[in-house]
Design a binder for this molecule. Sequence first.
Ligand code: NOJ
Length: 766
Amino acid sequence: MNKMVRPFFFTLMLILISGSVFAQNPLTNEKIEQKVDSVLALMTLEEKAGQLNQHNGSWDFTGPVPDGNEYAQTRAALLKNGGVGSLLNVTGAKATYEAQKLVVENSRLGIPLIFGFDVIHGFKTIFPIPLAEAASWDVKAVEQSARVAAIEASAAGVNWTFAPMVDVGRDARWGRVMEGSGEDPYLGTQMALARMQGFQTSDLSSYNSIMATGKHLAGYGFSESGRDYNTVDVGKHTLLNIILPPFEALAKNGVGTFMNSFNDLNGIPANGDTYLQRTLLKEDWGFEGFIISDWGSIRQMINHGYSKDLKQAAYHSITSGNDMDMESEAYQHHLVDLVESGEVDIKFVDEAVRRVLRMKFHLGLFDDPYKYSDETREANMIYTEEHRAIARDVAKRSIVLLKNENELLPISKSTPKIAVIGHLAADKDTPLGNWRGRGESESAVSLLEGIENAVGSDVEVTYAEGYTLAEGNGSFSQALNFPKDDGSGFDDAVSNAREADVVIMVVGEEGLQSGEGRSQTDISLKGRQLELFKLVQEVNDNIVTVVMAGRPIVEPELYENASSLLYAWHLGTEAGNAIADVLFGDYNPAAKLPMSIPRDVGQIPIYYNFRNPGRPTPGPGDAGSVFWSQFNDMPNSPQYIFGYGLSYTEFEYSDFSVTKNTMAMDDEVEVTVTVKNSGSVAGEEVVQFYIKDHFASAIRPVKELKGFEKIMLETGESKTVTFIVNWETLAFYAADEQFKAEPGMFSLMVGTNSNDVQTLELELVE
Ligand code: NOJ
């Protein structure tokens, strides 16, 4: 019977030619809608439920489904019956081809699978972790990184990535800050759009485009105390103005899917949240793609105490707008019953299936279900020299220069003797960071290798491990264990340092120390790293300290005592070469922190765009008073603030002006500033533009990023940068939850970071 129906189905598909795009919505296409309708009309309820079911690929498709593997057999049977709409974690041209064939050739309608995978910062050529890429403030570089990832992933059969993660992060204890773009919604939005464009391009049906996922809807980055999966309690104001803007931008610009989050938001599990999924995303923002649950998050509504069993969890999930079930088996086991018993209206199921089919058509899977499974492309397009060169370029753009007090940097390539110190300096695994796709363990260029590649043979480079870190490497799913370092590496490190002209000391955290399930209460340097740093400092003044980490590390003594300091994150495959590019001046660093570095965990959450409390400072004549919003034992400010980062050259800002000081609601003004490279080497500067709304129906932050431009300036060169301000620049979700600009006074600020700014005033009038 199967085989009799399929020809009709495909004939139907052939008759329907691709059509015009409806006006506004990037995912609405008239011809695709007709095709979706025609497929939907053919489907049984069981087949519909099957399309909404995503499973993990847990067996090797390069051969026949193994005998005796009950799990695999069940999955294979499901696939053959059209009981699965998508697989995750099946990669490789051959494996995806085999799985696709099983479905297309055996299921009644032959509806192709989508293959999802976490392509977070590269597929096999690994790029900097997303937080590091955000530090580049370089939208072109970030788009290119996602483009390379898509080219590689699509050559290995993957057509859907669970990225970008757009959760705003204000708490470095939360291990997943490495996966986002930091603390600011505007920067986060620009990064999200760049990544989406790199993955999807403007033609999602192309053989090397992959569908993107905005995740995690919503509030996941605000988990209480930074503990992963924990409760989230945030007010509407923060939700609408801080957390949701990147999601809204993705929805309105054609992202294919969203993933909901594990957390509950103000008492409702996000997976069952009708307001987030239906009201906001699908109705208000007009999102036409589909929502996937997170791994097991439908089932986890039982643990939350929201759904009493898996059946009710399926009910809560489908009715609140979650379309596809990742690994809960809730839809698989209960959707049919729920519809047949009348508990769930078929319209919910139809809507979800319609969305899934729509995206399958957009991907062009009905035309050619195998187009991503091309072994020749897989052999030629992955981990190429070209991709590695791009990874190196993006990596060097992500390195933040925090200190260069004695201008020790850049280091001369004819320095006679360089001592490289630190376990992490020779570590070929840590730079890959967490969520490393199909990057091979131990495959990164270590910093030691990068230094050796950069300097000639007449430079003597010594290496001492110095301190130890976690035992083994940890694995994605295991907690790290940090046994006490016996200090046996200290002597070598100190004696190498004593004899060297320059010391390069690497400290930080291992590649899998941040990421999912990697929350920590203590985010200082683990083990005896700081102790060794101090010993090394006693014998040599010329130390360049390099921090490799997946999050802001809290270590005031290091930051205060180091004279030359680079924040080098986890930079991917080409990490060592990229850091060497910066160390030896082949590249002049220009990155800026996307997340403030706290002085102490006690300051967390800490972020530049806070709202002023009623007692923000001690009043005049109030010196010594305690009755203002402060810590008695520490300044309020972070160690390094959002947007901070130095260069090997100097930039002078001048002629800051605005075309008018009063602006009508339907008008716009231009804000200009001239930036001059007054130093001795060429360099890039990220010119940052902030605003402050003085009085509003709901309190506005003391500063909000509203624009930035990265410019290249030769020595002595000046450029004028212009930012356009209109009502939308000044608008926010006000006390009545409407997006609008309220008349009144605004400050317009430009500068080199969120602290060092020049200010002008603008009045907005009706
Ligand atoms: C759980 C993570 O929260 C999510 O981001 C990821 O995409 C899925 N697992 C699939 O690996």
